[in-house]
Write a protein that binds this ligand. Sequence first.
Ligand code: MCF
Ligand code: FE
Length: 408
Amino acid sequence: MTLDSIRLHTAPWVVPVCRSIIPNGGVALRGNKIIAVGDQQDLLRQYPRAEVFIHHSSALTPALINAHHHLELSHLGKLSTVTHKGSFTSWICQLLALRDTLGATGELAEQAALQAANDQYHSGVSALADIGNTSISRNLAATFPGTLFPFKEYLGLATFTLEKNLLRLQQEPDAALCSGHAPYSTHPRLLQALKARANALDHIFPIHTAEPEAEGQMIREGRGEMVDFVRQRGFWDDSFVPSNKSGSVTYLHDLGLLDEKTLCIHGIHVSSEEIRILAGQGCNVCLCPGSNQFLGTGKAPVQQYLENGILPALGTDSLASNPELSIWREMQILAQQHPYIDASDLFSMATIGGAQALGLDGRLGTLETGKDVDILAVPVPADLTRASQVYTHLVSTGSSIAPVRIIH
Ligand code: MCF
Ligand code: FE
């Protein structure tokens, strides 16, 4: 294969995502770029000398994006093997206890993270935004076959932790991607410093937002389960100023943290007004329905996001809060929870929604001219006759889908 040689991949269904499904379609590739997408007969005429690859009983789709993960928690998978019945903060306690027992770093954690990253890639994920407290994910980023953004998580709510964290942040090399954990765990001035740094370095700013009910109560009233938890751990110093009426999104907005490069992870307990704020600020939202289902934190208002022009991204979160890490399964859960949402919207979330959230939509997320060759040939039943059935198959099959990757 020379640099200029053209390859033409054909299949009974091509799913560009940015436009309608093409029956008997094809995708023409040169080097690492898509050069045309369309009807396969037209493409065969246009590129008569192309090398042709025929994918029987398949749909060609863009690769998937996982916009939220914690690879370094993969060795804590035991936590999600039994149904979680307790509160959100009891889960955090379990997580911290198991991590103390097994270690946050070392061979076990590294091997499990490597396995999880490989599994992601083989399931069809080509870009991953990961959040961690160790160097595990940064080390994996170098060899991950797709794109892995390893965010370093900052947290610390108490004022006595602030100066030290700000100093640490100042000393970070520019290449380090830094982000804040959540409104309930991270001092507002630290969040502002993190966001200012992310803006200066022009990278996205992922933050867990509006996840457990207890977070909302803490933000609004300055009391409740979350406050008790933080107090027990010795990090509550009464400096936190509750907002009185509104939730996490308003809180973050008032701190000046919401813009096109902010990625609000979970986004469950948000009011209609807050959804309008997110839309108005051009924020991205990442839904993690598998994790939310496991932790019992609730269901995000998916329909309202869509109605307000927000196409959320999807994330698996980690094995500590989700028994299976598959973006196919995340779509399946949403399809079951929201039967009236169009399957094409759910598939858009897993592809272009994620690509937009990670700032990768210039090269990933759709099949169109100029985008990277990062394509999946997904097996679909041979007897499908309508495009809508293809979308239904893609979003409702779950983690058993085994795509073949088409890369450069
Ligand atoms: O997204 C889930 C649930 N919400 C918050 N945090 C986490 C999630 N999965 C892992 N975490 C991590 C988080 O990054 O758990 C730790 C943090 O490091 C618990 S907070 C001390
Ligand atoms: Fe998370």
